[in-house]
Design a protein around this ligand. Structure first.
Ligand code: GLN
Length: 198
């Protein structure tokens, strides 16, 4: 069985644990460097990116997570987790940092106050049919995509809301709250490949 972690500093940790467990993975809550070192992949949940950023620094996790990403650990970030994977963010709070790794620019709270939350069906060619029912909650948007970053899903107007780059995966929305399993399956495929398992 694959051993994967969910960064458990803040956010919708439990929902990710439930999905990953239902897909047959062993799931650890990760709050400390030694817990990080035991997992073969990491999920960064939705929540509040500035809080997860601050707590990760307070818990001495920023550096280990950056190192792990650099050495190829598969990481999947949803919403706040996507923000934390971005190399560049706009509309962050004063002093907000990210782990980075994804060569993208992400705008926090990109949908403004009027439509902070909405749901829509997204075509995701990499996942095939049926479309993904996506829930956006004060969601970020990927505004610039660097070389080597593959957009996986766009809104009708072409704005990018899911990306993949090497072993990193990020979505603006929350598959973990809708019973959508395919993004987590894609993540676990990456974990299996990176761990050299079949
Ligand atoms: N707006 C939040 C942030 O900046 C993200 C919201 C979410 O994860 N649902 O981190």
């Amino acid at each position: 069985r694959l051993r994967v972690g969910v960064l458990a500093l803040q956010g919708d940790v439990r929902e990710h644990v439930r999905v990953l467990t239902s897909l047959g993975a062993d799931v650890d809550l990760v709050r400390r460097p030694e817990e990080l070192s035991r997992v073969e992949g990491l999920v960064i949940p939705g929540g509040e990116s500035s809080v997860i950023d601050k707590l990760s620094r307070a818990f001495g996790m920023q550096h280990p997570i950056r190192e792990a990403i650099r050495s190829g650990l598969p990481v999947y970030g949803t919403c706040a987790g996507l923000i934390l994977l971005a190399d560049r963010i706009t509309d962050g709070i004063e002093g907000q940092e990210t782990f980075g790794g994804l060569d993208v620019t992400v705008r926090r709270n990109a949908f403004g106050s009027q439509v902070e939350s909405f749901e829509t069906d997204l075509d995701v060619p990499a996942l095939g049919e049926p479309p993904v029912h996506a829930v956006f909650i004060r969601a970020p948007l990927v505004e610039e995509v660097g070389q080597g970053v593959e957009p996986l899903a766009t809104l009708d107007d072409g704005r990018v809301v899911a990306v993949r780059s090497g072993s990193l995966l990020g979505t603006s929305f929350h598959p973990e709250v809708t019973g959508e399993l395919r993004f987590h399956e894609l993540f676990l495929d990456t974990v299996r490949a990176a761990a050299g398992r079949n």
